[in-house]
Design a protein. Structure first.
Length: 105
């Protein structure tokens, strides 16, 4: 298994916990129905290189640097990008908190 130069122990721990397989169970917007509800991509399988990233895609990059192993998951780049975009779409569709009472009479 190829590992990053920095944080190799952390990376291995996250990958071992996921069995070397992408953790996504639909957060990316795909149902993964054909693969029992979980992404089938595995680290090192073909061109796939999983990443260790926050389980919660709303976590900022700065906050992610301080997360413990329990806050990280193995993601394939496709699912991680999809999960981040899904969060952004949800946030963009939500009204701004200071606008809740704007049209109340």
């Amino acid at each position: 298994m190829s590992t990053p130069i920095v944080g190799a122990d952390l990376f291995r721990t996250v990958m071992d916990g996921a069995g070397g397989r992408c953790w996504c169970t639909g957060q990316c917007g795909q149902s993964h129905r054909k693969t029992e509800g979980r992404c089938l991509k595995r680290h090192g399988q073909g061109r796939v290189r999983l990443i260790a990233a926050p389980a919660d895609p709303t976590v900022t990059e700065r906050a992610a640097m301080g997360l413990p192993v329990s806050g990280l998951r193995a993601w394939c780049p496709t699912c991680h990008t999809g999960a981040c975009r899904a969060v952004q779409r949800t946030a963009a569709a939500a009204p701004e908190p200071d606008q809740y009472g704007l049209f109340d009479l």
